[in-house]
Design a protein around this ligand. Structure first.
Ligand SMILES: Cc1cc2nc3c(=O)[nH]c(=O)nc-3n(C[C@H](O)[C@H](O)[C@H](O)COP(=O)(O)OP(=O)(O)OC[C@H]3O[C@@H](n4cnc5c(N)ncnc54)[C@H](O)[C@@H]3O)c2cc1C
Ligand SMILES: NC(=O)c1ccc[n+]([C@@H]2O[C@H](COP(=O)([O-])OP(=O)(O)OC[C@H]3O[C@@H](n4cnc5c(N)ncnc54)[C@H](O)[C@@H]3O)[C@@H](O)[C@H]2O)c1
Length: 468
């Protein structure tokens, strides 16, 4: 050990970043009795998940929905009250993180981390610099909105998703560039605020990884709420007029004017400040670090998890990756099945799915059948006045094993977990047929969809199998 390293404080694990991946990784390591430090460059712990992404956007959605339910006069809830509510929820979450780190004896080092060797992390802050020596490192430095020189984000009327706390509900017309998850979630919120929105997406459909029937049901609902889609169109340049209007010039030559523009075309991983070269690692053009299935980089003691490794870039998954990475580092066996991870999109209405899609089953040549329950046929759906919602199950035609669940409608992100559990236990749709669900609930959709699926098997001329 050289002189510099001798002076560095030693840790079993140094975690870079306190977002979803770093938080769960650090707590897991501490629970294994390890000495852990979390290095965070922002004064607020919690990363994008708590401060700019997941929690602010879901808090905003809930506040807007509550306000719109309370009557048309309240529909334009003020931007300041929305910002206050986001602040309240986020700061409570930050306090939970702080207390968990304290209780688990985790050192929180505020400063920017960078590598200065294979096992040495430099922490730089306004107070100066110091070094940590780490047996293991977890890079959980997350991501930020991707930018483009032709789109001059000014945080006033041309904004990215980091500026969401400064959303102006008084804007009369909004353009959103990007029909991915972020663009769609914010388009739905704006529509609920009665703000006319145009979504520009370069692909021919929105959310192209979502089951087509489900995505179409959402598009239909969004259009009915005043959202305009410009699909198969790409934004080339964004400018501002002398009156402060924002103009989006499309490659097709169209020009779309609005009061504000949200630029949501994906994420750039935060690796530029890490000095990866000092530990022999490199990132790709989007800043992402490559890992193996155990989240190890090409340096076996250095792990990476969360948005910094790219897809699927979800808080839910980042938490699990952080935990699994740390367990691997300390030789603890874990069972984690990515194929069973659900996906939740907080559009209005919500979308959620788990397991296989029809496209995947068709490609794999799996004989499957579908079963559908429309919310409008379910008492709870009528009570909620959700008449566009639907739950679709996919199951094996011969074994009736449940293979996938796709939902659009109120409560979808909670409802999905029933299907997720049945898939995890390799159950068949008979378990829905033979179950009594509370009445009136949306969970009944599972039974109705299963019965619908069995009827489809019968219609197709196959022997009638009565569920036992
Ligand atoms: C608008 C929006 C809505 C979203 N909604 C959802 C949702 O509903 N559900 C869901 O599951 N996911 C959602 N996501 C995705 C989710 O927020 C991310 O997947 C998640 O935050 C990733 O966690 P992470 O730990 O990898 O990184 P982050 O949460 O980004 O945390 C990384 C941390 O590392 C710190 N850091 C970076 N570099 C350094 C350095 N050199 N030194 C020290 N610290 C550093 C950063 O300051 C940051 O605090 C949403 C994202 C956005 C943008
Ligand atoms: N509910 C959730 O779980 C949730 C919510 C929000 C975000 N997230 C995560 O955040 C990540 C980033 O989301 P995102 O929506 O920014 O990225 P994304 O990659 O999902 O979508 C970006 C979209 O923008 C389009 N696009 C790119 N350039 C364009 C251009 N010049 N003109 C028009 N369209 C263009 C792309 O075709 C793409 O569909 C996602 O990977 C997602 O997992 C998750």
């Amino acid at each position: 050990m050289n002189e510099t390293n001798r002076l560095a404080k030693h840790y079993d694990m140094v975690v870079i970043g306190s977002g979803a991946a770093g938080h769960h990784g650090a707590i897991q390591a501490a629970k294994l009795g390890k000495k852990v430090a979390v290095v965070e460059r922002s004064k607020a712990l919690g990363g994008a998940s708590i401060n700019t992404g997941t929690i602010p956007s879901k808090t905003l959605r809930e506040a807007v929905l509550r306000s719109s339910r309370s009557g048309p006069t309240d529909r334009r809830i003020s931007a300041s009250s929305l910002a206050l509510r986001i602040e309240e929820v986020a700061s409570n979450e930050v306090r939970v993180f702080e207390s968990q780190f304290r209780r688990n004896d985790i050192d929180v080092l505020i400063g920017t981390a960078s590598f200065s060797g294979l096992h040495t992390i430099r922490v730089a802050s306004q107070e100066g610099e110091h070094l940590c020596h780490a047996d293991h490192v977890l890079i959980a430095s997350g991501s930020r909105p991707a930018h483009n020189a032709a789109i001059p984000v000014d945080d006033v009327s041309i904004i990215d998703t980091d500026a969401i706390r400064r959303l102006q509900t008084e804007h009369h017309v909004l353009t959103i560039v990007g029909g991915g998850v972020i663009g769609i979630e914010y388009a739905c919120i704006a529509a609920a605020l009665d703000i006319p929105v145009t979504v520009i997406e370069r692909r021919p459909r929105i959310l192209d990884f979502v089951d087509q029937q489900i995505a179409e049901a959402l598009s239909y609902h969004m259009r009915s709420q005043g959202v305009t889609f410009r699909l198969g169109e790409e934004v080339e340049e964004v400018t501002k007029s002398s009156e402060g209007k924002v103009g989006a010039k499309l490659k097709s030559g169209k020009q779309i004017w609005s009061d504000a523009l949200l630029y949501a075309v994906g994420r750039q991983a935060n690796t530029d400040s890490l000095n990866l070269a000092a530990c022999g690692l490199a990132a790709d053009a989007r800043g992402r670090i490559q890992v193996n299935t155990n989240f190890q980089t090409s340096q076996p003691h250095i792990y990476a998890a969360g948005d910094v490794i790219g897809y699927p870039s979800l808080s839910s998954v980042a938490m699990e990756q952080g935990r699994v990475a740390v367990c691997h580092a300390f030789g603890i066996p874990v069972v984690s099945v990515p194929e069973l991870f659900p996906y939740g999109i907080y559009s209005i209405p919500e979308i959620s799915f788990v397991g296989k899609t029809e496209e995947q089953l068709t490609e794999a040549g799996v004989p499957y059948e579908i079963g559908i329950a429309h919310y409008r046929e379910i008492a709870r759906g009528q009570i909620l006045n959700d008449t566009t919602g639907l739950l679709k199950i996919l199951f094996h035609r011969e074994t009736r094993q449940l293979l996938g669940v796709h939902i659009v409608g109120e409560g979808a992100t909670e409802l999905i977990h029933i299907g997720q559990t049945v898939i995890a236990f390799e159950g068949s749709i008979d378990s829905f047929v033979n179950t009594v669900f509370n009445y009136p609930t949306l969970a009944e959709c599972y039974k109705v969809a299963a019965l619908n699926g069995l009827n489809r098997l019968n219609y197709s001329g196959e022997p009638h199998l009565v569920a036992s």
